[in-house]
Design a protein around this ligand. Structure first.
Ligand SMILES: [Zn+2]
Ligand SMILES: [Zn+2]
Length: 333
C-alpha cells in the first residue's frame, strides 16, 4: 500500500517533496509507460501522463487533486485497499454480493386496497420460489468443495466468458468438459442456456420484446398477438427468401429490455452498493464547486419541484450521458 501521509503536509515542507518523490518512484517502477506515469496534480487530474520529475514538480507546485487526495484507494496508481489477491477477486466478490444479497426480502409495504394486497401476495410467492432457488445456488459445487458454491462458480465462469467475448458454443464446450473433470455429483451447469436461465432467476435477466422492422411499435400489451404492424403493415415475422413463406415465430427485430425496477431493488439489498446508491444524499459539495451532478442547478431545481421525493434518502435519478454521442457523423470526435 502506498504511503499517503505526505500529501497532507505543507507543500513547501521538504518532507512533502521527498514523499512525492518516493510515491512517484514506487509507481513508476510498476506502472510507467514510456517512462511516464499518471499525474494526479490539480491540473492534470489523473488524465495526463508525465515523467517522474515533472509529476513531482506538478505535485509540489499545484498540489494533488483534492478529491483524489482523500481517496482511500489511489487506484490510478495501482493502490487498492483490501486488494490482496488481485482485482479479479474483488470484482467477483462484488458481483457475487449482488446476487447473494438478493436473499434479503422486501420490507412489508403498507397495503392500500385489495389490488395491492393481491399484488403483494403474488410478489411473496415469487419471493418464496426465489428463496428455493437461492438455497440451490448456495450448494457446494461438489460435495467436498469448500471454495465454490454453484452460484459463485457460475458467476465466475460467466464473467470470464463475457469479458473475453467467448462465443456461446465455446462456453458450452468448456462447461461440458469442466463438469466431466470435476468430481462426480458436481452441480455445474453444462450449457450456456442453463447458465443464463439460472442467472435470470435472480432478476438479472432481460425480456425479449418483438419490434416492428421499421421501429413503429413494440408487439406487447394490446399488440402482443398481432402479426403485422398496425402502422406500416409490415410483417412481424421473417419470410423465407427463397419460398416467400412467412416464418411464424421468427421475429424480424427483437428489443432486449432490462427491467430496471427489479435491478434497483436488488442493488439496494447489497450492503455495499446501497451506500453508493445513497451517496448523493449526504455528499453535496459545500465549497460551491461543481464536482458531481448533485451540485448542479438542474439537480437543485428538481429538489425544489419534488420535495417529498428528495426527502427520501434512497431517491434515485437516472441520467443520460451523451458524451461522445455523434448521431450524424458530423464531427470526428
Ligand atoms: Zn500534473
Ligand atoms: Zn411498422
Amino acid at each position: 500500500m502506498l504511503d499517503k501521509a505526505w500529501v497532507h503536509l505543507c507543500r513547501v515542507d521538504f518532507a512533502y517533496e521527498s514523499g512525492a518523490r518516493c510515491f512517484v518512484e514506487v509507481v513508476s517502477a510498476k506502472l510507467a509507460v514510456n517512462g511516464k506515469i499518471i499525474c494526479s496534480c490539480t491540473g492534470c487530474r489523473n488524465l495526463e501522463r508525465h515523467t517522474c520529475n515533472e509529476v513531482v514538480s506538478h505535485l509540489v507546485i499545484h498540489g494533488m487533486d483534492e478529491a483524489y487526495k482523500i481517496c482511500t484507494d489511489w487506484f490510478h496508481h495501482g493502490d487498492y485497499v483490501g486488494l490482496v489477491e488481485g482485482q479479479d477477486r474483488v470484482w467477483n466478490a462484488e458481483i457475487l454480493g449482488l446476487y447473494e444479497d438478493a436473499k434479503w426480502s422486501d420490507e412489508d409495504l403498507p397495503c392500500k386496497g385489495s389490488n395491492l394486497c393481491e399484488a403483494a401476495e403474488g410478489e411473496d410467492r415469487k419471493e418464496d420460489e426465489f428463496l428455493v432457488k437461492l438455497a440451490e445456488a448456495e450448494m457446494p459445487l461438489y460435495p467436498t468443495c469448500v471454495n465454490h458454491s454453484k452460484l459463485s462458480a457460475t458467476v465466475t465462469l460467466f464473467r470470464i466468458k463475457t469479458q473475453n467475448g467467448w462465443s456461446d458454443k465455446s462456453f458450452d464446450d468448456l462447461l461440458e468438459t469442466l463438469s466431466k473433470m470435476l468430481p462426480k455429483d458436481n452441480v455445474l451447469h453444462t450449457s450456456t442456456y442453463d447458465v443464463k436461465k439460472f442467472l435470470k432467476s435472480f432478476d438479472m435477466g432481460y425480456q425479449k420484446i418483438h419490434a416492428c422492422v421499421n421501429d413503429c411499435c413494440l408487439f406487447r400489451k394490446k399488440l402482443k398477438k398481432v402479426d403485422t404492424c398496425p402502422k406500416c403493415k409490415s410483417s412481424r415475422w421473417k419470410t423465407n427468401m427463397h419460398t416467400g413463406e412467412v416464418k411464424k415465430g421468427v421475429p424480424h427485430k427483437v428489443l432486449r429490455y432490462f427491467p430496471i425496477i427489479s435491478r434497483l431493488k436488488r442493488m439496494f439489498r447489497s450492503e455495499k452498493v446501497d451506500v453508493d446508491l445513497r451517496w448523493h444524499f449526504n455528499n453535496k459539495s459545500t465549497d460551491g464547486k461543481l464536482r458531481h451532478p448533485v451540485d448542479s442547478v438542474t439537480w437543485k431545481s428538481m429538489n425544489d419541484k419534488y420535495p417529498s421525493f428528495i426527502a427520501e434518502q434512497r431517491n434515485l435519478r437516472l441520467g443520460l450521458s451523451t458524451d461522445g454521442f455523434n448521431p450524424f457523423n458530423m464531427k470526428n470526435s
